[in-house]
Design a binder for this molecule. Structure first.
Ligand code: GLN
Length: 487
């Protein structure tokens, strides 16, 4: 099963000359052709770009050049990231005809590392959602059960990896959009510390929360991809100058005596019994590895959803004001003599989907003079409390763990009439986002219905290394790894 290899296995086979990048790429493209109609993972396939990169990787190898870090590895890119010359829609109608004239720094760095970029993946419109059903084009489906959502908003990237259409992928995570779909699809998702990775060329949702991160079938692969894209970028003033370690080197290190804090509040009523059982199994596995596991308390967890949905929508309402039909994106003239205001109104009305409009309205409201102090300012204060509480906990333990999500993947359409119910499913991923902390989701086992569940590991700022170390050690002994059925 060539297309389900890990990044490491693939690179080893390429290095041994057992496969060519061309053959691997053709295989990935064939798999996309065969399965994309059923799964809806890709919005665009960048076939020529991919084959050209594959041929270059093969030429480099034939010449005996030192191999690049991701030479010949098929990688899928979330459609929120600009890839020069390719459509970039963020799954919105408003950007239906937009072809990126420039490139996200992370995409350029992948190219420089020899990666083969196979296409742009489906997502919730502007990354607003937890199911990839809010795509303006078509919903994405979970390869483990196509009546279920793959999670979101980076659902297409998660499915590309889970279904063997790419060996790794990039996603973005504002409140859980990498970790939750990773959990739902049995893949690994790594959201780095805020500032670790450049946001240049990422279509903005909520700029103080947005981070680019990686998906792969194993922790090592996700770590390697992150390592390639991480690091300071003069084009993004919020990108950090913190040195980037070799995250992959943390895989395989022993975890004895590491201290693990269990977020007690994540074990409350909302947690499904099978998700609880899987999580408890994961804690036993961690203890078996020699970690010290203790219960800790994050009282502010219950405010995380409300806080996030005030701040993220406020930032979104500001960021999305740029889509006005003037400079780029869809332009709608309601009548031939429409005024500028009428043109902008009609363009936005027809360009944005229902969830995006809901968020723009909510975000605009919380920023109005009458509501600013009661909502926006208060949410900023609570955000600070969440961060302070998490940092205080992380002074006493090395990482914090919880289930990634309270349930297995939910059914497509389950939350159609109740957006709030979907927001509530983000509860465990939001604290790390509000605090800007690195967080990983690694498969922990299967639900009663045979669907994947994830373990979330949260670390100190810029300590992705420890998060990866714990994740890789757990993965090596987890029940999921042993029984991994492949969709
Ligand atoms: N599900 C969350 C939301 O709808 C998070 C999305 C994300 O991380 N982009 O906003």
């Amino acid at each position: 099963m060539l297309s389900f290899e890990t990044v490491d296995e693939l690179l080893t086979r390429l290095a041994r000359g057992e496969a060519t990048a061309r053959a691997i790429t053709e295989r990935a493209l064939a798999r996309i052709d065969a399965r994309n109609d059923a799964l809806g993972a890709f919005l665009a396939v960048t076939r020529d770009d991919a084959l050209a990169a594959a041929d270059e990787a093969d030429r480099d190898r034939a010449r005996g050049d030192a191999p690049k870090k991701l030479a010949g590895v098929p990688i899928a890119i979330k459609d929120a990231l600009c890839m020069k010359g390719a459509p970039t829609t963020a799954a919105s109608r408003v950007l239906a005809n937009y072809v990126a004239p420039y490139e996200a720094t992370v995409v350029t760095r992948l190219r420089a590392a020899g990666a083969v970029l196979v296409g742009k993946t489906n997502m919730d419109e502007f990354a607003m959602g937890s199911s990839t059903e809010h795509s303006a084009y078509f919903p994405c489906k979970n390869p483990w059960d196509t009546t279920r959502t793959p999670g979101g908003s980076s659902g297409g990237s998660a499915v590309a990896v889970a279904a063997g259409m790419a060996t790794a992928a990039l996603g973005s995570d504002t409140g859980g959009s990498i970790r939750q779909p990773a959990a739902y699809t049995g893949t690994v998702g790594l959201k780095p510390t805020y500032g670790r990775v450049s946001r240049y060329g990422l279509v903005a949702f909520a700029s103080s929360l947005d981070q680019v991160g990686s998906f792969a079938t194993d922790v090592r692969g996700a770590a390697r991809v992150l390592e390639v894209v991480a690091g300071h970028d003069p084009h993004d003033a919020t990108s950090s100058r913190e040195p980037v370690p070799t995250f992959e080197a943390s895989c395989g290190q022993d975890v004895r005596a590491l201290r693990i804090g269990v977020l007690t509040e994540s074990l409350g009523d909302g947690l499904a019994p099978d998700a609880r059982a899987s999580f408890e199994g994961a804690l036993e596995a961690l203890e078996g590895l020699g970690c010290t596991v203790s219960r800790v308390s994050l009282p502010s967890l219950r405010h995380a959803v409300a806080t996030y949905y005030v701040l993220a929508t406020a930032e979104a309402s500001s960021n999305l004001s740029r889509f006005d039909g003037v400079r780029y994106g869809v332009r709608v003239m309601p009548t031939p003599t429409a005024s500028l205001g009428e043109m902008i109104g009609a363009s936005r009305d027809q360009g944005f989907g229902a969830e995006v409009k809901r968020r723009i309205l909510l975000g605009t409201f919380v920023l109005t003079a009458g509501a600013f102090e009661a909502y926006y300012l208060k949410a900023q204060k609570v955000r600070r409390i969440v961060r302070d509480e998490l940092l205080a906990l992380l002074a006493g333990v090395d990482v914090l763990v919880s289930p990634t999500a309270p349930t297995e993947a939910f059914a497509l359409g389950a939350h159609d009439r109740d957006p709030l119910a979907m927001y509530l499913s983000d509860v465990f991923t939001l604290p790390a986002s509000l605090a800007g902390l690195p967080a990983l989701s690694v498969p922990s086992g299967l639900s009663a219905g045979g669907l994947p569940l994830g373990l979330q590991i949260v670390g100190r700022p810029f300590d992705e290394a420890t998060v990866v170390r714990v994740g890789a050690a757990f993965e090596a002994v987890s029940a999921f790894r042993a029984s991994r059925p492949r969709p």
